[in-house]
Design a protein. Structure first.
Length: 179
């Protein structure tokens, strides 16, 4: 019996230690703060995965985490195109694995350039600087040139599963009713 309890405890601990931790938006002030601190807020739907070996979803239901999104409406920010590039390369477990053609309310900060940190000891070299809008990361899969190509063509944002919401969420309701 002790073996079973230990095994259950071990599995629960492992699952918890790899889970994403998000701030919950339980007040209008918190939701307004998210809106005000974001460079871009849109409603849109994923249309294409950026075809890479590492960032491709293995489940056909999901389109992936590094994607192109067709913009249905802009709630904050200015766009010159109806398509944006979302790059969540460094979000790990907090990345939103988007579902193809589902509509999302997406908050994001603009990425203008990238910097390769090289290989670090711990494998977690992500650092995003708001002032320069540079995404710094370990380019273990040689993706920096591909990311630059898409960022040159499309407005690019950094988002996560913590700040991207599907239609059935209360945050979707709050912002679509507000605007």
């Amino acid at each position: 019996m002790r073996k079973y309890l230990f095994t259950i405890l071990l599995i629960t601990t492992i699952q918890t230690s790899f889970a994403c931790s998000c701030m919950f938006f339980n007040s209008n002030d918190a939701m307004d703060g998210l809106f005000n601190s974001s460079d871009l807020v849109i409603i849109g739907h994923p249309i294409q995965n950026i075809d890479t070996t590492y960032y491709r979803s293995k489940n056909p239901k999901f389109i992936g985490i590094t994607i192109l999104v067709k913009v249905d409406s802009v709630l904050k920010g200015e766009l010159k195109s109806d398509t944006i590039f979302i790059n969540q390369t460094t979000n790990g477990n907090c990345s939103e694995n988007f579902i193809h053609n589902e509509q999302y309310l997406i908050f994001g900060d603009q990425i203008k350039t990238y910097e390769n940190l090289g290989i670090t000891d711990n494998g977690f070299g992500e650092d995003f600087y708001e002032e320069s809008k540079t995404l710094k990361f370990e380019d273990r899969f040689n993706m920096i040139d591909t990311f630059r190509k898409y960022t040159d063509k499309y407005y690019t944002i950094y988002t996560s599963g913590c700040i991207s919401f599907m239609k059935d969420s209360s945050i979707w309701e709050y912002f679509t009713r507000r605007n």
